[in-house]
Write a protein that binds this ligand. Structure first.
Ligand SMILES: *[C@@H]1O[C@H](CO)[C@@H](O)[C@H](O)[C@H]1NC(C)=O
Ligand SMILES: *[C@@H]1O[C@H](CO)[C@@H](O)[C@H](O)[C@H]1NC(C)=O
Ligand SMILES: *[C@@H]1O[C@H](CO)[C@@H](O)[C@H](O)[C@H]1NC(C)=O
Ligand SMILES: *[C@@H]1O[C@H](CO)[C@@H](O)[C@H](O)[C@H]1NC(C)=O
Ligand SMILES: *[C@@H]1O[C@H](CO)[C@@H](O)[C@H](O)[C@H]1NC(C)=O
Ligand SMILES: *[C@@H]1O[C@H](CO)[C@@H](O)[C@H](O)[C@H]1NC(C)=O
Ligand SMILES: *[C@@H]1O[C@H](CO)[C@@H](O)[C@H](O)[C@H]1NC(C)=O
Ligand SMILES: [Ca+2]
Length: 549
């Protein structure tokens, strides 16, 4: 408000005096990216000016779902009494899931802290020592989030001696470590101990193991474990982040860097509780457990610089997309705004960035006048004409439908651009033709439309090969050739060329010598019987041969 007042009193020369949309101006040189569009007067009149925009950073723990693994690792069922790590005689920490005041459910890691006593989640104790006490705490947003500040875990117990912070960018399908934590990095993870101060611009994406947050009894005075986002930002933006422009410039051009700070889920893997740097007292395992009073995750919805607000509705975060984009992350162009490929907004040039808005599709619905309707095919990211008329087809109605060919003397937008192939249905293989209207003909057929017969063929619903010819006298026994297609035979003959005598009873049968057909007799001849007997005897003998060998 103070800045706004200042601006009103002394409008800087760079600000257009007629800037209309003025919820907030840019107070600093690098910009906040909090406005997606504003109305401005130009020489052509009132128009919109579009800018890259992003939601404000917020406390993201209000919108998450927490899952514990194993699920029954929370204390209190059955009730348990815990002793202090530093004093085994101080046993006044009671946990009972059935009593509200003594229960320690996971929600207490995300409530508003600041009142006394603190509220915290607590695990069961290390009853199964020396078997490891393993707990996964998974935080899921079901939305991509960009981290803007350190992740801070505040322990109520001693800080764990071994722990890993992991992240997922794909809704929990795959996980990558963010940072390892141990009292002894070499021993626990065979990694050299490092701190965030050892990182440079070139090694910023390295995953390190740190001993900063788990040394000895230090937990008594500092109970927090951090993942240092700001120290990493500072490698580009300078100490106290005074040069955010430099950081935004880097984020814009380096996808790996952007992805490093982007998450959909976080996982805290607790691998070994605090033991006070002494031997584990096996007689009193009630001293060893995990308890966390608070987890801080500051960030903003990732909206690809196309939204300046993010809403939590029906248990789900989603960007309120501008620039005619849509999707939970504004990662697509809206229907009918697919005029060009979607693209994320850009932080550059500072301070307004580039909006990269989605453009109206209509201007790109080019169908040569054969349709005035287009449809966007998301899978191919293209616009195609629908219901092409005048026998056309194709993305722009620029092709002829099957069964039609291109009229060479007509322009693409001519109603007569496609001509029916008109292939003869009997003479052609299909109703399609080539680019000059020629159909594909069946055997014996020819002509552009397959309406004519080749020599030696005759038309009869298609071209049939010539069967007979009166000049060549191919029909026998006095048959007469009809239309070169078939022989008409005298009554006593049949067959294609009247070559077979007909065997009808009223003609006295076909018993003549020239019929070549002897009446069939049963196989009763003694010679045949002998042959059959001999054959079966030989077969039987054959079956003995193998044993005889
Ligand atoms: C949790 O449940 C599993 C299987 O149901 C059981 O084996 C295990 O002992 C339980 N753990 C605790 C701490 O109650
Ligand atoms: C742990 O030691 C304290 C003090 O000796 C005792 O009161 C408590 O019962 C012990 N707990 C267990 C589980 O032995
Ligand atoms: C915890 O998560 C890791 C992977 O992130 C998995 O391997 C492990 O089985 C999970 N459960 C426990 C109890 O550690
Ligand atoms: C995550 O969000 C999508 C919509 O974007 C929804 O369909 C899905 O059910 C959600 N998953 C969970 C686990 O809430
Ligand atoms: C998006 O489309 C609407 C019409 O649906 C239009 O009024 C608006 O100006 C468009 N916005 C941008 C950023 O192009
Ligand atoms: C080809 O197009 C021209 C020009 O429109 C037209 O005059 C002609 O009739 C068309 N040819 C056919 C076969 O349709
Ligand atoms: C179509 O087929 C005819 C006959 O085979 C041929 O002469 C002509 O060049 C072909 N036209 C095209 C465009 O292929
Ligand atoms: Ca709390």
């Amino acid at each position: 408000l103070f800045l706004l007042l200042l601006l009103l009193l002394h409008p800087p020369p760079s600000l257009h005096p007629l800037l209309l949309s003025s919820q907030r101006h840019y107070p600093a040189a690098w910009g906040h990216y909090d406005v997606c569009k504003s109305q401005v007067y130009t020489d052509e009149g009132l128009t919109w000016d579009y800018m890259a925009c992003q939601p404000e950073a917020a406390d993201m723990t209000q919108y998450l779902k927490v899952t514990l693994d194993p699920p029954n690792i929370t204390c209190g069922d059955p009730p348990e009494t815990y002793c202090a790590l530093e004093n085994p005689y101080m046993c006044n920490n009671e946990c009972d899931a059935s009593t509200e005041e003594l229960a320690h459910p996971p929600e207490l890691m995300f409530d508003i802290e600041g009142r006394n006593p603190t509220t915290f989640w607590q695990s069961t104790s290390w009853k199964k020592y020396p078997k490891a006490l393993l707990v996964n705490i998974t935080l899921s947003w079901n939305k991509t989030i960009e981290l803007t500040d350190d992740i801070i875990l505040t322990f109520e117990s001693g800080r764990p001696e071994q722990m890993v912070l992991e992240k997922s960018l794909d809704y929990g399908r795959t996980w990558q470590p963010y940072q390892f934590y141990a009292t002894d990095c070499l021993d626990a993870f065979t990694m050299e101990p490092k701190t965030v101060q050892d990182l440079t611009q070139h090694t910023l994406l390295d995953i390190i193991c740190t001993e900063e947050y788990s040394r000895g009894y230090v937990w008594k005075y500092d109970k927090t474990v951090r993942f240092e986002i700001k120290d990493r930002f500072a490698l580009f933006a300078g100490p106290r982040l005074h040069n955010m422009a430099s950081l935004y410039g880097q984020l814009d051009t380096t996808k790996n860097l952007r992805d490093f700070f982007t998450i959909t889920d976080l996982r805290v893997r607790l691998l070994r509780p605090a033991t006070g740097a002494t031997m584990v007292d096996e007689n009193n395992l009630s001293r060893y457990f995990y308890a966390i009073s608070d987890i801080k995750v500051q960030g903003r919805c990732k909206c690809n610089l196309h939204a300046n607000s993010c809403v939590f509705d029906k248990e789900k975060l989603s960007c309120e997309c501008e620039h005619n984009t849509t999707g939970p992350d504004c990662g697509r162009c809206k229907r009918n705004y697919q005029g060009r490929a979607w693209s994320a907004g850009s932080y550059l040039p500072i301070p307004k960035g580039t909006a990269n808005i989605c453009e109206y599709t209509h201007m790109h619905c080019e169908c040569f006048g054969h349709s005035n309707r287009c449809s966007y095919i998301e899978l191919l990211n293209t616009v195609i004409c629908v219901s092409c008329k005048h026998n056309t087809r194709g993305q722009h109605c620029q092709l002829c439908k099957l069964g039609y060919y291109r009229n060479a003397s007509a322009e693409l937008d001519d109603e007569n651009v496609c001509i029916d192939c008109n292939c003869n249905p009997f003479g052609s293989v299909s109703d399609r033709c080539n680019g000059t209207g020629f159909c594909k003909c069946k055997e014996g057929t020819t002509g552009p439309k397959c309406r004519e017969c080749l020599p030696g063929y005759l038309w009869d619903n298609g071209c049939k090969s010539r069967v007979c010819d009166n000049e060549l006298l191919r029909c026998q026994n006095g048959g007469v050739c009809l239309n070169n297609l078939r022989c008409e035979c005298p009554r006593a003959y049949t067959g294609l060329l009247c070559e077979k005598p007909r065997c009808e009873s009223e003609l006295g049968g076909c018993g003549g010598a020239d019929s070549g057909q002897a009446p069939l007799s049963p196989p009763s001849s003694p010679r045949l019987l002998l042959l059959l007997l001999l054959g079966s005897a030989l077969l039987r003998q054959a079956s003995y041969w193998p044993t005889m060998l």
